[in-house]
Design a protein around this ligand. Structure first.
Ligand SMILES: NC(=O)c1ccc[n+]([C@@H]2O[C@H](COP(=O)([O-])OP(=O)(O)OC[C@H]3O[C@@H](n4cnc5c(N)ncnc54)[C@H](O)[C@@H]3O)[C@@H](O)[C@H]2O)c1
Length: 296
């Protein structure tokens, strides 16, 4: 059984990724500075901004594990504004460098990490070049959080240049949702500008976990990035109506169905075999006032 270390395993996405990988036969080592909520996996409390801790976490810790075959790196402060920008930069950039350098020292050559939809230009004060947005135009970070995600994508490209046998796959997740978050979705229809910032996209944490699993299974070397979103928008209003109101003049790259995601998952479908299995439309829910979940 292959063993994978998951950083950020106690977080919103990590809590979905860990059980999903376990169900699909991975031996999981859960790493986070917050203790793991699970007792059925090897886990350690690790501060990734401390390089020594990162080295031990990747190489082996006592009876917890004796090394891993792959790394899923999710640990980060997950949105702009949650901490002062310099603290976000210091935590996210240093943590990523440390865990990658430690993984490489330990012989790991398969890395999947959480990038972010923000590199696409959120909150789109400058409109997107076209819709659906895809991976074909250069990153347009507008916050320090997103700047780090952009730098991490470049870090991956350079590390893969140094190590021709290394595979690093960045997943540009949309806004992560748990099923209980869907209660607020019907409220978004009343105010389309509320979710304009990410083109009305979202990612169900369970589908996010599927994307991680497929990226781990994808046989490749080098660095690559994929937008990971659900197949539909958060709205019952049509794309035609939303785009006319909020992004007039932005060209359509191709025809769109009324509720199709405007964050293209075509590349993830084609290359990784990713196919979202969940939609907020299928979940039982009652309407509550909308609020923006903090992650991006
Ligand atoms: N939540 C979203 O909407 C969203 C959207 C796009 C991308 N992402 C990215 O996905 C990843 C997971 O996000 P999430 O929503 O699960 O966030 P989260 O805050 O729920 O979980 C992140 C976890 O990382 C841990 N962590 C942070 N810094 C650490 C450090 N220095 N050392 C050890 N552990 C550390 C935290 O303790 C936390 O448990 C992040 O990289 C985030 O940037 C999130």
């Amino acid at each position: 059984m292959a063993r994978v270390a998951v950083t950020g395993s106690s977080g919103k996405l990590g809590r979905a990724v860990v059980p999903h990988l376990l169900e699909h036969g991975w031996d999981v080592v859960a790493l986070d500075r917050v203790p793991s909520p699970r007792s059925d996996v090897a886990s350690s409390v690790v501060e990734l901004t401390d390089f020594g801790q990162a080295v031990e976490a990747m190489g082996g810790i006592d009876d917890r594990h004796a090394g891993v075959d792959a790394l899923v790196h999710l640990a980060a402060i997950p949105a702009p504004g949650l901490a002062p920008n310099a603290a976000t930069f210091a935590n996210n950039m240093t943590g990523s460098y440390n865990v990658y350098a430690a993984a490489l020292r330990a012989g790991v050559r398969k890395i999947v990490w959480a990038s972010s939809e923000t590199v696409l230009g959120l909150p789109f004060d400058e409109p997107p070049p076209y819709v659906p947005v895809d991976e074909e135009y250069p990153p347009r970070p507008t916050s320090t959080y997103s700047l780090v995600k952009t730098l991490e994508e470049e870090l991956a490209r350079q590390l893969c240049r140094w190590h021709p046998d290394l595979s690093m796959t960045g997943l540009r997740f949309s806004n992560v949702m748990d099923p209980e978050d869907y209660a607020q979705f019907p409220g978004y229809d009343d105010e389309p500008s509320l979710r304009r910032f990410n083109l009305w996209g979202y990612i169900d944490a369970r589908d996010g976990a599927q994307a991680v699993r497929r990226a781990l299974a994808h046989e490749s070397v080098g660095a690559d990035v994929f937008i990971i979103a659900n197949a539909d928008t958060v709205m019952t209003r049509s794309n035609e109506e939303l785009l006319a109101a909020e992004f007039p003049g932005v060209p359509l790259a191709r025809s769109l169905s009324p509720h199709e995601t405007l964050l293209s998952i075509d590349k993830a479908r084609r290359v990784l075999g990713y196919e979202p299995e969940h939609s907020w439309r299928d979940e039982p829910r009652e309407s509550v006032p909308p609020a923006s979940p903090p992650g991006r």
